[in-house]
Ligand binder design. Structure first.
Ligand code: UD1
Length: 420
């Protein structure tokens, strides 16, 4: 197991590129099941979740190889229609194979994901969506078994705009007979990117990026090449890193329009933001203003930036609150941030942060991806040495984070560890 050792205090400067979006890649790869053949997907992030998805579809008979951020995929020889527990327990997005398998092969067996580190994360919308399209769903031995001769278009409405369920229904509907209309669909850029990929493959889809997506089923799709969009959460995280360090630096290959609300909140914090095409420059103020945020579905403040914002607000001059309405129990980072000296009180789904205390290095550990990166942010300003253990969580979604932070001047290194 690897850990990071960080010596805080360096102001970040310089420029680093943003990688391709994890959550978009985790939709493009399963979508390729819909049309057997060869795909090349450039700007694919070299991260653990992509490796896990490669192994998962590899276990089904597909071939996936990642070279210099270009993913070469061949889905011509799918022989197994199963997503085993072994993969799903590591990565919930494994459930994204459900819709494509069912639509293309009329059958899918996918392990139920179960809970996650920060509480229950049900998949009922995915299952109801498949049933609306005419699938017969049973639960056997911890697995979802879905069967259908050919799916039929239907009206599908979600109670909450779900990213994964929108992807599953949209992808399954591309090969269904007739029209599917998804209302309260997710508008996240990653879902839109998957929809554009499907359109390129020949799918008839309208309304991407809006809450109503209409899909007219076709008989066949064809393999195509694609470029993954930039990762907006990596972008937000690195901007928060520059801000917390009191630095001034530029991120390239980004899409500023995908994180408008985060940029606005950073300006309220006092940061100067300069946007030039796909580059975002941030200059931190001498003192960070406290700014409250509440998470929301896109284009609101992303829940995937909540932990990083709490770390940032711990260094603001004054008190702020951070409320998560998407994942109400997603606060596992709080007790660990407290070990670094952060003053945070959580009540229900809100954290009150009293900023301005000086942080001191400590050993911290995390149980999820964004929680770990929040500790890295705090470590960048903590006095002395911070050890962040179990960074395999962080490696799920950040490509070479320590190299990018080092390139910006941070004192951070990766060390192999023999944890008990
Ligand atoms: C995706 C992202 C994740 C992000 C989340 C919210 C991927 C791989 N992951 O996760 O990084 O944090 O969106 O932006 O893209 N819900 C149900 N029933 C369901 C499905 C969802 O009640 O069947 C609820 C969830 O508990 C949550 C809300 O809907 O409160 C949104 O979740 P959803 O958008 O589905 O998240 P994921 O697709 O799992």
């Amino acid at each position: 197991m690897d850990k990071f050792i960080i010596r805080g205090g360096n102001r970040l400067s310089g420029s680093v590129p943003i990688s391709g979006a994890k959550n978009a890649t985790l939709e493009l790869m399963p979508a390729a099941i819909l049309a057997p053949g060869v795909y090349n997907i450039s700007n694919t992030p070299d991260i653990r979740d992509v490796w896990t998805m490669s192994r998962l579809i590899g276990s089904m008979g597909a071939y996936a190889e990642l070279n210099n951020n270009c993913l070469h995929l061949n889905t011509s020889n799918i022989t197994s229609l199963e997503a085993p527990y072994e993969y799903v327990k590591r990565m919930r997005a494994s459930i994204h194979v459900l819709g494509p398998l069912l639509a293309r092969y009329g059958y899918a067996k996918v392990s139920l994901p179960g809970g996650c580190a920060w509480g229950p994360r049900p998949v009922d919308f995915h299952l109801k969506g498949m049933e609306r399209l005419g699938a017969e769903i049973t639960l056997e031995g911890g697995y979802i078994i879905a069967r259908a001769d050919r799916l039929k278009g239907a009206a599908v409405s979600f109670d909450i705009a779900s990213v994964g369920a929108t992807f599953n229904v949209m992808s399954a509907a591309t090969l269904a007979r007739g029209r599917t209309v998804i209302t309260n669909a997710a508008t996240e850029p990653e879902v839109t990117a998957a929809g554009r990929f499907l359109q390129k493959m020949g799918a008839q889809i309208e309304g991407l990026g809006t809450s109503t997506i209409t899909i007219d089923g076709v008989d066949d799709l064809k393999p195509v090449d694609e470029e993954t969009i930039p990762d907006r959460i990596e972008t937000g995280t690195l901007l928060a890193a520059i801000a917390i360090s009191g630095g001034s630096a530029t991120l390239t290959n980004a899409n500023p329009y995908h994180l408008a609300v985060v940029l606005e909140r950073l300006e309220e914090v006092g940061c100067e933001i300069d946007i030039r095409c796909d580059e975002i420059s941030l200059k931190a103020p001498e003192h960070l203003n406290p700014v409250n945020v509440t998470t929301a579905v896109y284009p609101g403040f992303p829940t995937d930036m909540q932990a990083q914002w709490i770390a940032l607000m711990s260094c603001a001059t004054g008190a702020s609150t951070v409320t998560d309405i998407i994942y109400k129990d997603r606060f596992t980072h709080v007790p660990e941030l407290a070990r670094l000296g952060c003053d945070i009180v959580v009540k229900d789904n809100s954290a009150t942060i009293r900023g301005g205390r000086s942080l001191t290095g400590a050993t911290v550990m995390s149980t999820d991806l964004r929680a770990s990166v929040a500790m890295v942010l705090a470590g960048l300003v903590a006095e002395g040495e911070t050890e962040v253990l179990r960074i395999y969580h962080l490696d799920r979604g950040y490509e070479s984070l320590e190299k990018k932070l080092s390139a910006l001047g941070a004192d951070i290194r990766r060390v192999k560890t023999e944890e008990l």
